[in-house]
Design a protein around this ligand. Structure first.
Ligand code: DGJ
Length: 718
């Protein structure tokens, strides 16, 4: 709900949150409150002596000190607010002073961003601010009756002479509280989303994926500010997650006046955008969440929100297929006979979908060639992909296929015909990574070519696509753009990616697309809008996965994470874990197998058949359940509880890490259950109330070996 008082005081109410701001007498948009839901307006906050001084001001000159001490919804540049500005625009006269003042507002039933992912539903306030030179800044605030978030974005309209946008933050949030911790999700290839929490700082903390053109393995487009004492289960947390998949930046600036400003969106470092008169530029959305239930409350608020308002409704709550993927099983080394055999075994063990990974197209026997032409390799598959699709469908399985749409190898026909279609250094030379170049997705012709190629193959009966991206951008130069628009490459590139994703989703509404970028290199809310699930990491080792999944779950729902059981010794770490541990860890996500199923013994096939049947029995907990993190793997034990929203059943799963202390006992307090209900533990037949499980907990048996695992299934007694 959005309430507006005197045309200038705005109270946005979500399910349990309020967000309040107002336009003061000078037209500055001032923040008052973001936190637990209020039923009255905290307008008294606007009348403190500090800010009151500004109220009589006539606007001719600015009391600089006052502006620097205000909580603002938009940080202006060069007006005496010495924090980082939210908007930087260089005008024809050379000035980049941005003095935006309130002009009015509109309430909208729907707010869509052209060509970019955006959340569905809610009520939106569009706030209009004007500056000299014909510039209008539109700030958008969307709230939802069923969610604890405020979604923000910003757009710039130009009615004057051409300007250069140097920065347009999606949001700016100022708080009178510089004592909060910061929590980031940092990592690398095969170790994505490690939780990094630091206590308060002064100055600017910046997280950014720089010129990579993707949100990256190194730092997720997410930042949380938990109160210093906030824990998994208690305390206040403010957090932001960008609905964006390109180069991003987020800053958290703590000033000497005790104010904290967080803002961000498109990374400003590699960004310039020329805006002609009559044009508009939209910055991507940012989701702001508030929880007074600690980090767990924050995560559940985000998870529920994404499933209700971001993920494609066709898939959001639908059971996802149990897949068999051949990548770690065969890598590039397979032929049609091998695939047919793998499909037969996949059928035997009860999988739903067989996914043929990299290597099915011409000149692709290793990772040095083949990307871009997308012609089926007749040496490996003499009867074409149709034969494999047919074989799957006849066995009652669906068929999935790997693509890496954004890339090209120099040995391909595509590259011979169109070398200019790859991003390149205009002075000569190209930066290669994994032996490949990045196609110029700023160029609509390139996007159209890739779409036609994919469409031709998908039409043959592909049910599922794994869309991979195995390198970041470099050579930020596009032959399709004039010199004065080269600063637009990283953002235009990601708009090209979105346009291809949208074309595929619209043309094939039932095609399930799994995102991937060498694992979690582009695990973000932007991708989640098109791809209901994303390959979480190339690291399939169960122990490493407990850390990766723990971190990723801070922000993203469990059904967004794709996780596979693979063989031991693990291909990335050489570690040996039990089959049960590998199943338990992967089974809290969208699940599958990443191995050569032909090599399974009869006994292993029977075991896997049982695992899949078991997964199906409890799968609703992955797609519909709420997640409660019970133990942090960094402390030596990973454990989660997934509970259906009606609290009728739950699954508690865990794995011990390295045994560093001599077999310490663990008391696991189970959260998320209904206090006054009795639950029957399926494994033992024991009956325990939700309250006892929450307060007294479960004493885990002592373990004397690394990676011991457990799973308990709880069903509420009627
Ligand atoms: C990286 C992905 O993350 C893997 O799962 C696999 O698809 C390879 N690329 C294929 O090249």
């Amino acid at each position: 709900m959005i309430q507006v008082f005197e045309d200038r005081i705005f109270h946005l109410q979500g399910k349990n949150v309020s967000y309040v701001f107002f336009a003061d007498g000078h037209g500055f948009l001032r923040h008052l409150y973001f936190g637990s839901k209020l039923c009255d307006l905290p307008v008294h906050l606007a009348q403190t002596a500090f800010l009151g001084a500004a109220v009589n001001f006539d606007g001719a000159q600015l009391p600089n000190d006052n502006l620097n001490a205000m909580l603002l919804e938009n940080g202006c540049a060069q007006l005496g607010d010495y924090r980082r500005p939210s908007v930087l625009v260089r005008r024809a006269n050379g000035s980049s002073l941005t003095d935006f003042r309130y002009e009015g507002y509109r309430l909208l039933d729907e707010h869509k961003l052209d060509g970019m992912p955006c959340v569905r539903g809610g009520k939106t306030a569009e706030i209009r601010l004007r500056a000299a030179g014909g510039l209008t800044l539109l700030l958008y605030y969307t709230v939802f009756d069923d969610s604890d978030v405020v979604v923000r974005s910003a757009s710039l309209l130009n009615d004057g002479e051409r300007v250069e946008i140097e920065k347009l933050s999606s949001f700016c949030l100022d708080l009178y509280d510089d004592s909060r911790d910061t929590l980031q999700l940092c990592g690398n290839w095969a170790s994505e989303c490690r939780v990094v929490r630091n206590s308060s700082h002064k100055g600017v903390l910046q997280i950014s994926s720089a010129g990579r053109g993707a949100t990256s393995h190194t730092t997720n487009a997410f930042l949380a500010l938990p109160e210093h004492n906030a824990t998994e289960t208690a305390g206040s947390v403010v957090a932001v997650n960008l609905v964006y998949s390109g180069s991003f930046g987020l800053t958290c600036e703590n000033t000497s006046l005790g104010i904290c400003r967080i803002q961000g969106g498109i990374d400003e470092e590699n960004f310039r955008w020329a805006l002609n008169g009559g044009e508009r530029f939209d910055a991507p959305q940012a989701v702001l969440v508030y929880s007074d239930g600690g980090l767990g409350g924050m995560s559940r608020a985000l998870h529920r929100f994404y499933l209700r308002h971001l993920v494609n409704p066709t898939f959001a709550y639908a059971p996802r297929p149990v897949v068999v993927n051949n990548w770690e099983g065969t890598y590039f080394n397979f032929d049609s006979a091998a695939l047919k055999e793998m499909i037969a075994v996949s059928k035997q063990i009860g999988a739903d979908t067989f996914v043929l990974d990299d290597g099915w197209f011409e000149n692709r026997n290793d990772d040095t060639n083949g990307l871009g032409d997308w012609n089926v390799d007749k040496a490996k598959l003499p009867c074409g992909i149709e034969e494999i699709i047919d074989c799957c469908h006849k066995a009652g399985l669906k068929f999935g296929l790997w693509f890496e749409p954004e890339m090209v190898n120099e040995g391909t026909t595509l590259f011979a015909l169109h070398p200019e279609w790859a991003l390149h250094n205009p002075d000569g030379g190209r930066v290669r990574a994994r032996n490949q170049l990045v196609l110029d997705f700023c160029n609509g012709e390139v996007v159209e070519y890739v779409f036609r190629k994919m469409e031709e193959i998908i039409k043959k009966g592909v049910d599922y696509v794994k869309w991979d991206m195995n390198r970041y951008l470099a050579d930020l130069y596009s032959a399709s753009l004039p010199a004065d628009r080269q600063g637009e490459v990283t953002h235009r590139y990601v708009l090209g990616v979105y346009s291809l994703a949208q074309k595929l989703v619209s043309t094939f509404p039932h095609l399930l697309i799994e995102g991937c970028s060498g694992g979690g290199g582009r695990f973000d809310a932007g991708m989640l809008y098109y791809f209901p699930q994303i390959w979480t990491s190339d690291n399939t080792d169960a122990y490493c996965r407990t850390f990766i999944q723990y971190g990723t779950s801070m922000c993203y729902p469990m059904s967004a994470m794709s996780a596979h059981y693979s063989v031991c010794p693990n291909h990335q770490t050489g570690r040996i874990t039990s089959s049960e541990a590998r199943f338990n860890v992967a089974s809290v996500c969208c699940f599958g197998y990443e191995l050569d199923v032909r090599k399974l013994t009869e006994e292993q096939r029977e075991e896997i058949k049982e695992q899949i049947a078991n997964y199906r029995r409890w799968q609703k907990l992955v797609t519909e359940g709420d997640l409660y993190r019970l133990a942090n793997p960094a402390d030596g034990l990973w454990a989660v509880c997934q509970v259906l929203p009606d609290k009728s059943c739950a699954r508690v799963v865990g794995m011990h890490g390295l045994i560093l202390e001599n077999a310490r006992p663990w008391l696991l307090k189970v959260q998320g259950l209904q206090d006054d209900a009795s639950y029957v533990v399926q494994e033992t037949g024991t009956e325990i109330t939700g309250k006892t499980l929450r307060c007294a907990g479960i004493l885990l048996p002592q373990v004397f070996r690394d990676f011991q695992t457990f799973a308990l299934h709880l069903v509420k007694k009627q």
